[in-house]
Design a protein around this ligand. Structure first.
Ligand SMILES: Nc1ncnc2c1ncn2[C@@H]1O[C@H](COP(=O)(O)OP(=O)(O)O)[C@@H](O)[C@H]1O
Ligand SMILES: [Mg+2]
Length: 227
């Protein structure tokens, strides 16, 4: 049985403008991601991977094209700003090359943060965050601040934080870019385990083809197109 489609992008284009000069970066991308699917996109630096991820994550508005999401096929760029931010918080999780953890807060507090901001009771947020930190192998590092953690550990905290609100889709951009090979392997293993246990879909973009070996499907991108 094929799983339902979670996200469908049609005819996506994105240009940046320098004065009147148009710089086309995404030149027409069609893409579907099924529920529970892990999709990798590779391609050389400058191919447009991050820009595409930002558009699919609603962080950037496309110049042309449509993105549909969820069982009701809702067209997300028709949402108002407010609806879009609710959508983003409920449905999507993000992890980037730089973790953006808050330096003044512990691992536990960093992971709790999205749940607290969403108005969940503190006790519930804390127990979910504990559970997630155990899942990512950091049950013994709850009270450490980011500066007291290794790069690989910081990235695992940021993954835990990205999934505390149970997103349907996790968007990852070069998330192991600053890690050595052992830590890269750990983080990729963690993504696969998370996908297995929660059913979250994953879209991973990276210039490193090696990293996509755990993905269910791998696409490659060149000059703003899937090739
Ligand atoms: N805000 C921007 N303004 C102008 N050009 C941009 C902007 N963001 C990205 N680009 C250009 O778009 C191209 C693709 O960038 P990017 O999506 O970051 O590629 P990748 O992630 O594959 O390395 C690059 O040539 C980059 O310079
Ligand atoms: Mg990039």
């Amino acid at each position: 049985m094929t799983k339902p489609i979670l996200l469908r992008a049609e005819g996506i284009k994105k240009s940046f403008f320098k004065g009147k000069t148009e710089i086309p970066v995404i030149r027409g991308v069609d893409l579907s991601i099924h529920a529970g699917e892990m999709v990798g996109i590779t391609g050389a630096s400058g191919a447009g991977k991050s820009t595409l991820l930002h558009v699919l994550g609603t962080l950037e508005v496309p110049t042309a094209g449509k993105v549909f999401f969820g069982p009701r096929n809702e067209e997300i760029f028709r949402y108002s700003e407010r609806e879009l931010s609710i959508f983003r918080n409920r449905m999507l999780g993000f992890v980037f090359q730089f973790h953006y953890l808050l330096p003044e807060f512990s691992a536990l507090e960093n992971v709790m943060m999205p749940a607290l901001i969403a108005g969940h009771p503190k006790s519930a947020a804390e127990s979910q965050a504990r559970e997630l930190l155990q899942f990512v192998g950091l049950g013994h590092r709850l009270s450490h601040r980011p500066s007291e953690l290794s790069g690989g550990e910081q990235q695992r905290v940021s993954i835990a934080r990205a999934v505390i609100l149970r997103p349907k889709l996790l968007l990852a951009d070069e998330l192991t870019g600053n890690l050595d090979s052992a830590n890269r392997e750990n983080v990729m293993e963690l993504l696969a385990r998370l996908n297995q246990s929660t059913g979250v879909s994953v879209l991973l973009v990276t210039h490193d083809f090696e990293l996509t070996k755990r993905m269910h499907r791998v696409l490659s991108m060149k000059d703003g197109r899937i090739v």
